[in-house]
Design a protein around this ligand. Structure first.
Ligand code: SF4
Length: 337
């Protein structure tokens, strides 16, 4: 799972704002900043874990990467091509190369279609395997790859368990041999043992097919097992990032330290903060047990370690650790990872 030097995907300064109700005709527009200036990259064959609690913006980021949602600002660059500048046919051509696995497999599968047709559909859309016999052969191979039986081809999604449905979702996602999979909480609705099987399937797809994976999860133990690098999100901002081992074994940001200290990785166990935080101050200020006087006066900068592989958005990194330096302006402003 070692990444090559040129990234397959780069998210550059992604921002997504939503209008909130209440801004009248002549009143000020009310805006929710769901994602603020988020940047990261994914190498070929690399797994990047995106972790954060519910409402941290991770699903919004996944949808922007997939171009299911337009960013308010920023770019998604895939293999050197700016996806945010593409539309119509040129976007459709690229779509074959990146696919998504959703949290709720049942809601994402057409209940009136046989599962063989569901998995064959992307092949038809993208003009791959045009002959029916060739298509069937390919679908059978994909079924076997994800642990389904060819006998399942003519069944309907309702006839499968949650784990079976997620395998169908994965089969559909890999049908066109994409280079990148975006998996959004793919085991959140499954029980433990079935979830473990699905995680092993992802791991095997990455190692044998060379796919890259953006794995979105609130479960630190799964992210630890699967990811090469990790990005920790809090209220739509990257608060810490780096190699999975460095971040989870030596967390620097107080939020990451709390997460790791919880052991089970159940993010929701951290006490809730205020619903809205000031955009000019640290997003974690109202929940931080280690806040400094400086935290109440200014937004922390982004710091990186001497190797440049880790970044932290926190005043502590600048004040207490000589080995951490402010990021260069270009990457600092974008939270580049
Ligand atoms: S910047 Fe201050 S308030 Fe924010 S996480 Fe760091 S120490 Fe805590």
């Amino acid at each position: 799972m070692s990444p090559e030097s040129s990234p397959l995907l780069e998210a550059r300064g992604l921002v997504r704002e939503f209008d909130l109700p209440g801004g009248g005709l002549f009143g000020r527009r009310k805006i929710l900043a769901a994602v603020s200036d988020v940047s990261f990259s994914i190498g070929r064959g690399e797994v990047l874990g995106l972790v954060g609690e519910s409402g941290s913006g991770k699903t919004t980021i996944g949808r922007m990467v997939m171009r299911l949602l337009d960013p308010t600002r920023g770019q998604v660059v895939f293999d050197g091509s700016d996806l945010t500048a593409l539309s119509g046919k040129s976007l459709r051509r690229q779509r074959r190369r990146f696919q998504m696995v959703f949290q709720d497999p049942y809601a994402s599968l057409n209940p009136r279609m046989r599962v063989g047709d569901i998995v064959a559909e992307p092949l038809v859309i993208h003009g791959l395997a045009p002959a029916a016999s060739e298509r069937r052969e390919k679908v059978v191979r994909i079924f076997e790859r994800v642990g389904l039986s060819p006998h399942d081809l003519s069944r309907y999604p309702r006839e499968f368990s949650g784990g079976g449905r997620q395998r169908i979702g994965i089969a559909r996602a890999i049908a066109c041999s994409p280079e990148l999979l975006v998996a959004d909480e793919p085991i959140a609705s499954l029980d433990l043992s079935i979830g473990a099987q699905i995680i092993n399937l992802f791991s095997s797809l990455v190692s044998t097919e060379g796919m890259s994976l953006l794995f979105i999860s609130h479960d630190l133990s799964v992210v630890r097992y699967l990811s090469d690098r990790v990005v920790v999100l809090y209220r739509g901002q990257v608060v810490e990032s780096g190699s999975t081992r460095d971040v989870l074994e030596g967390p620097v940001h107080p939020y990451t330290r709390l997460l790791v200290g919880l052991g089970s990785g159940t993010l929701a166990e951290i006490p809730e903060g205020a619903a809205e935080a000031s955009l000019d101050l640290c997003p974690f200020l109202d929940r931080c047990p280690e806040a400094l006087p400086a935290c109440r006066e200014s937004m922390p900068g982004r710091f990186e370690d001497s190797g440049g592989g880790r970044q932290v958005l926190c005043h502590l990194a600048g004040s207490a650790r000589a080995s951490w330096q402010p990021c260069a302006p270009s990457s600092s402003s974008q939270g580049s990872v």
